[in-house]
Design a binder for this molecule. Structure first.
Ligand code: MCN
Length: 784
């Protein structure tokens, strides 16, 4: 049992509990040795789907000539919108257009007559194998009436900008407000100083190891689809697929095998999945689609891409009086959840860790001739924290107050929780100053501050950066099922779906503790819509809070039922029975006991006698639909030391310290791994990543040669520490951790680089901090 071996108790775990131990992830052996089955590994004698994609960023499709492709040996079909239109399927991806301020027709699975981003699917080709399919794609000839494109969300709202939809002259899909404009104006008028910043939050694309893929099978007799695909949300995908295909959800089963990373973009519904299913029905044959790496970059979905003008109102003593934020965020050619849900996930986090009495945020979600924008690890929260933290540094600079001191003066205090922010967030719990001090202590802030802004012996300028953050985690409902078989083994099912997070390990820790059974007796399965009646999925660092609590509640129900059976078997009063160490014992008579497995066997026998065959072999089962009692707000402080070469613009991160608080930690090693991954991605955004479009809407960064992921050599050792402030809003006291690193790292690194360049009079440099961009910033203040 992992209680005796393999675990590395970190001091917070009690002797016999698994929760709190850094047990090795049980899924890793399979993942690391290449034995895991991913969607593309399943062949099922499938035909292959590939797409003819728009070669232009904006235009009309004048003609499509597929005759040459149709004649090619091995080609089974070439389809355009007219074919989809003539079928019973609506063929339009459900992208919550109803939540937008304007009427737009939605994202057709194949272009109707207009293309609004380079890479938009125009025709679908199905062939016997993937090579023939790709050759046939090359043989389809499309003529375009090219239109001027607009790719920058700020430019898209200016007069005279090209428009994507006739009925939306300013390209604004959604114009939303949060906070109180009048109070904020009053706060600004009364403040000693106002500091303003223009900020760019660069456009990112998830670079998961596994590109998106789908394998659809169709059973004509039952009019029933089974779709295996790469998803973070099996039930979400079932709902969206059924809407796109015009089916009842009962006609679709979604099965999600191993997923090689998601980072947000596998929660989004892409044309490829829907068309694989549509073609499977059309051809009465299994059809598989696997995106190439370039296709992944072309229609991502993408994320971030904000242009923001923000201001902070402060008094000379460092008291923050207000924030004013005006953001234009790209949603791409077709309005999507990521853009449209921005006021909630973005604006609502702007108060960060601070007591800010007045905040006003205007957010415009803007159509641009770019790939659909959805979410990327953090989804709105990194953008918000970036704004607030950059403003804190700018205000400190203006006031001549140490940036840490300015933050400290405005922190919400531990006894102020629950705390309502000016943008309507209700923070559950926090001890911000302790985490801040831990970070400062770890990095040696005092000494670092003394060296900051000055060239060292090697001629490079040192800087220290700090960012404090909060993060909304959890939300919505989740389903958790616990089933005990007659041999006492336990199967756990949840509506979430791990795509790298380690749920198989952490859910097993939770359930084994509740039931008091050996860890190895608990199996965890996710990803089959047949296993749980409903479910929400894995995103927004919600799984532990919602899925973890759901399986724990079910385990508690199971334990109650088992205790009843044990009481009967032991022939004593219920009050005299305790469960411990995988057995039920009579109080005061420890030798008088019955094992969990014997109880399960007895319960299964009784079930058999009742004659219900569907339950054969099942001793106990409980299913819980759990919804937390409000959002849990994780938090922390990250800090970094950098060295900047002012001759070349090269940035080196010399040290990086992350102090995170995600409440009780189920598995501190997994938590640490999540922080490492998130920080690596956050550093990627800060230093090198960015999807770049030409003015004509052509994507210039369509491969890993041009989209610069961080490499091991550009990452520092990531030092992690933790504080533990439980959340009162769920039974586990947990908060999420999956996205903390991507939220904290960008402002931390930019803060450190700006600090290093302070003697040049530089207060801010936009991401990514490539050598080119850093040099340009130095040259600009140097007067060229
Ligand atoms: N955990 C814990 N104690 C806590 C909180 C979490 O032990 N207090 C553990 C959990 O049990 C789980 C892991 O840490 O095994 C992450 O849990 P949680 O914070 O609840 O987040 P989710 O499982 O919901 O994961 C979502 C989050 C998001 S939104 C993205 S994007 C993301 C991420 O997780 N994408 C990832 N981490 C990723 N990690 C990998 N390897 N690959 C991705 O695509």
């Amino acid at each position: 049992d992992a209680r005796d071996a393999g675990g590395t108790p970190d001091g917070s775990a009690s002797e016999d509990r698994l929760v709190g131990r850094g047990i090795d992830r049980r899924e890793d052996a399979e993942l690391l040795t290449g034995r895991a089955t991913y969607t593309d590994d399943i062949s099922a004698d499938a035909a292959h789907l590939a797409f003819v994609r728009s070669a232009v960023g904006h235009g009309r499709v004048e003609s499509i000539d597929a005759s040459e492709a149709e004649e090619m040996a091995g080609v089974l079909g070439v389809y355009t919108w007219d074919d989809v239109d003539a079928s019973p399927s609506p063929g339009v991806l459900p992208i919550r257009t109803e939540s937008l301020d304007c009427e737009v027709p939605g994202h057709p699975v194949l272009a109707r007559d207009r293309v609004r981003y380079e890479g938009q699917p125009i025709a679908a080709v199905v062939a016997e194998d993937r090579y023939v399919a790709r050759d046939a794609v090359e043989a389809v000839h499309v003529e375009y009436g090219t239109r001027p494109a607009v790719v920058d969300p700020a430019e898209a709202t200016e007069d005279g900008a090209p428009t994507l939809y006739e009925g939306v002259p300013d390209n604004v899909a959604l114009d939303a407000e949060l906070g109180d404009e009048t109070t904020t104006e009053e706060a600004f008028a009364a403040a000693d100083r106002v500091v303003e910043l223009d900020l760019v939050n660069n456009r990112l694309v998830a670079s998961a190891l596994e590109p998106r893929a789908a394998l659809a099978r169709y059973d004509a007799d039952r009019d029933y689809f089974t779709v295996e695909l790469t998803s973070q949300s099996p039930h979400g995908h079932r709902r969206k697929l059924s809407e796109t295909l015009g089916l009842d959800e009962e006609q679709v089963r979604v099965v999600v095998p191993r997923v090689g990373g998601g980072f947000g973009h596998k929660g989004h519904h892409h044309p490829g999945e829907a068309m694989a299913a549509w073609c499977a029905r059309e051809l009465d044959r299994s059809v598989k689609w696997t995106a190439t790496r370039s296709e992944n970059y072309r229609e991502g979905a993408h994320a971030r891409d904000h242009r923001t003008t923000a201001a902070i109102a402060v008094d000379d003593d460092g008291t923050v009086r207000g924030l004013r934020v005006d953001t234009r965020a790209a949603v791409g050619g077709y309005g999507l959840g990521g853009g449209a849900s921005m006021p909630g996930w973005y604006g609502r986090l702007l108060s960060s860790q601070y007591r800010i009495p007045a905040i006003y945020c205007r957010t415009r979600a803007v159509f641009t001739n770019t790939a659909p924008v959805h979410s990327y690890r953090g989804a709105g929260r990194p953008e918000a924290i970036y704004v607030t933290e950059r403003l804190m540094d700018a205000a400190a600079d203006e006031l001549g107050i140490d940036p840490v001191e300015l933050r400290r003066r405005n922190l919400i205090e531990p006894d102020e929780f629950p705390y309502e922010t000016a943008v309507g967030a209700s923070y559950d719990s926090g001890d911000y100053e302790t985490a801040l001090d831990e970070a400062l202590d770890a990095i040696g802030y005092g000494e670092a501050r003394e060296r900051a802004g000055e060239p060292g012996d090697d001629g490079r300028y040192r800087g220290v950066g700090v960012a404090c953050f909060t993060e909304s985690t959890g939300g919505g409902f989740e389903r958790g099922v616990v089933r005990v078989r007659r041999d006492g083994s336990v199967a756990v099912y949840a509506g979430t779906h791990s795509h790298g997070q380690g749920h198989e390990t952490t859910y097993a820790q939770l359930v084994a503790d509740e039931l008091g059974v050996p860890y190895d007796d608990v199996e965890v399965a996710e990803g089959d819509t047949d296993d749980t009646a409903d479910g929400t999925g894995t995103f927004g660092s919600r799984s532990t809070i919602t899925g973890g609590s759901a399986v724990v509640e079910s385990a508690r129900d199971v334990l109650r039922a088992a205790r009843g059976v044990a009481t009967d078997l032991l022939g004593v009063d219920a009050a005299d029975v305790v469960s411990e160490g995988g057995a039920f014992r009579v109080v005061g008579r420890p030798e008088h006991s019955v094992s969990f497995a014997d109880v399960a066997c007895a319960a299964a026998e009784a079930e058999n006698e009742s004659g219900d065959e569907s339950d054969a072999g099942i001793a106990f089962e409980a299913s819980t639909r759990y919804e937390p009692d409000g959002t849990a707000y994780a938090f922390g402080t990250h800090t970094a030391l950098v060295a900047v070469d002012a001759e070349t613009g090269a940035v080196e991160i010399e040290r990086y310290v992350a102090v995170d608080d995600c409440g009780e930690r189920v598995n501190p090693t997994i938590v640490e791994g999540q922080v490492h991954g998130g920080v690596a991605q956050g550093i990627g955004q800060a230093r090198s990543e960015g999807a770049v479009y030409g003015d004509d809407g052509r994507l210039l960064t369509d491969s890993m040669l041009s989209y610069a992921l961080p490499r091991a050599s550009s990452l520092p050792d990531i030092e992690t520490r933790a504080t533990v402030t439980p959340s009162p809003r769920n039974p586990l006291g947990v908060k999420g951790i999956g996205e903390a690193g991507t939220i904290a790292a960008p402002p931390t690194v930019v803060s450190a680089v700006a600090d290093a360049l302070s003697s040049f009079g530089i207060a801010h440099v936009d991401m990514p901090l490539t050598e080119e961009n850093v040099l340009a910033a130095i040259r600009e203040v140097d007067g060229g």
